[in-house]
Write a protein that binds this ligand. Structure first.
Ligand code: SAM
Length: 270
């Protein structure tokens, strides 16, 4: 079975067995679960169900197609979860590194890769803001619905790291929620109204979820999606070229960019 390694924060290498928990701090003490920072270890089954929905399968197909994968590519999947992108990409490339900061996700993915007989993928227990790779060592970085869990400062750090680990000319393609909780912009308003409607039609359970999300937003504990324009600026700031960020016809968007082929790339986080 592919092992799960924790090269930086997680406390050593493990293969199966119990998972290290030092990669993240969840905080929260005795607060109810919905008021705590999301602990992805508690959401493995939920993510497996979400990754099997038509919406996520469509995102997977779009991201993989836009990446133009080649047999010689060394690829990184950031926030790999239970392996939606990793499993699709592995047969098309030389090597996949699937990185996630949830020990439970990493354990599940390592078992899945083993069960599927995928031998060219490794699972790394680590965070998106300090990538355990040397400069210019990867050809492609992919990600699906991970970045809105990072603050904007962490997104900038992650982009600086991605541009560092990509070889000149290397590609970044990712999908994420792309809107802002704001009533000023027309698309933002439409996205929020659609998300709220989706919850309301689910009756009391949906209304309860809506109230919890409103509380999380009001207290700064919700996720941190960024708008298309924010991503365009951030990718340019990090030193990417050929930046192309597009809103989809729901709350999501897809971004692609390249590390410029020549020297002179600016790699520092702002
Ligand atoms: C919505 S899930 C998406 C998983 C997978 N990419 C997919 O499409 O099914 C987000 C994933 O990002 C991971 N994640 C969140 N913050 C992270 C961080 N700072 N570094 C690495 N992974 C992170 C979570 O543990 C979770 O597995």
């Amino acid at each position: 079975m592919p092992s799960v390694t924790a090269p930086l924060g997680g406390g050593g290498a493990i293969a199966g067995g119990s998972a290290p928990t030092a990669a993240r701090g969840h905080g929260g003490g005795r607060r109810p679960r919905w008021l705590r920072v999301k602990d992805w270890d508690e959401h493995v089954e939920h993510l497996e169900r979400m990754a099997a929905t038509p919406g996520f399968l469509d995102l997977r197909d779009r991201v993989v197609e836009l990446a133009g994968l080649r047999p010689e590519d060394r690829l990184l999947d950031v926030g790999a979860g239970t392996g939606l992108l990793t499993v699709a990409a592995a047969p098309r490339v030389a090597r996949v590194s699937a990185l996630d900061n949830s020990p439970a996700m990493c354990e599940r993915l390592a078992r899945k890769l083993s069960a599927l007989g995928i031998g060219n993928a490794e699972v790394l227990l680590d965070g998106a803001t300090a990538l355990p790779f040397g400069d210019g060592t990867l050809d492609v970085v992919l990600s699906n619905y991970c970045f809105h869990h990072l603050t904007h400062t962490e997104k900038d750090q992650a982009l600086a790291e991605i541009v560092r680990v990509l070889r000149p000319g290397g590609r970044l393609v990712f999908a994420d929620m792309m809107f802002q909780v704001s009533v000023r912009d027309r698309r933002d308003r439409a996205v929020i109204a659609r998300l709220a409607r989706r919850m309301v039609v689910r009756g009391p359970a949906g209304l309860w979820r809506l109230a919890r999300n409103a509380t999380r937003i009001a207290t700064g504990r919700w996720e941190h999606p960024a708008r298309v324009e924010w991503w365009e600026d951030a990718l340019a700031r990090a030193g990417f070229a050929e930046v192309d960020v597009r809103a989809l016809d729901h709350e999501g968007g897809i971004a692609r960019a390249r590390r410029p082929p020549g020297p002179g790339t600016r790699c520092a986080a702002p």
